[in-house]
Design a protein around this ligand. Structure first.
Ligand code: CA
Length: 226
């Protein structure tokens, strides 16, 4: 899936140039030329990253950022013509992830974009997941239920992690096999049932909760309610 970038910049020539370079790198680019329409687009939540000029007609970049941050954690790189310390400080205070001073080399901008996107994706990858008092910490590969540690094998952990990431969605045995087992695994979908049984033995039965639900003929789902 391609990465989608919203570019809010009133200098049309510069916007066009940046758009071409980003498209060349495989990004999808949407442009807005003033603060108000930029904010409206950003609030749809359809973008992976926002490039935001500070000096904009309508609503300043700083104001766009301030309003956007009430509801969105999208990575934002500010574009500023002024190399003033004040701008940088207030930009970062208002929740910008980075800033770049105009004129900039396109390579520099591309590097900043990659960094901001990487930072964002590692944050979401490492977010702790929870359901019914169970907590899973992907970074420490630790699982606990109301503070009590649960010891899981690697496969059990990966299976639980995948189900939790998709909490509320029914996962078919085939989907679980594909994402949790190696592609060349040919042990059949029975393996999934076996590992679900292991997990229930270590979690549902020990803590007397109904975490993993069977959906007959379809697969398994973790829900937040029993
Ligand atoms: Ca401007």
């Amino acid at each position: 899936m391609s990465v989608s970038i919203l570019l809010v910049e009133d200098e049309e020539k510069l916007a066009r140039f940046v758009e071409l370079e980003l498209c060349y790198e495989g990004y999808q680019v949407t442009k807005a030329f003033d603060g108000r329409s930029g904010l409206e687009l950003a609030e749809t939540g359809d973008y992976d990253l926002l490039l935001l000029d500070i000096m904009l007609p309508g609503l300043s970049g700083m104001e766009v950022l301030r309003r956007l941050r009430r509801s969105s954690s999208i990575p934002v790189i500010m574009l500023t013509a002024r190399d003033s310390v004040e701008d940088k400080v207030s930009g970062l205070d208002s929740g910008a992830d980075d800033y770049i001073t105009k004129p900039f080399a396109i390579e520099e901008l591309l590097a900043r974009i990659r960094t901001a996107l990487r930072k964002k994706s590692s944050e979401t990858e490492n977010t702790c997941l929870s359901a019914l008092g169970l907590e899973l910490d992907p970074e420490r590969r630790a699982v606990s239920v109301i503070g009590t540690t649960v010891e899981l094998t690697k496969r059990e952990f990966d299976l639980l992690h995948f189900l939790l990431k998709n909490k509320g969605l029914v996962m078919s045995r085939e989907a679980l096999l594909e994402h949790v087992w190696d592609l060349d695994f040919d042990g059949g979908t029975n393996a999934v049932d076996v590992y679900i049984r292991y997990l229930r033995g270590k979690i549902d039965e020990v803590f007397d909760i109904k975490l993993i639900h069977t959906v007959r003929g379809v697969g398994y789902v973790i829900k937040d309610e029993e």
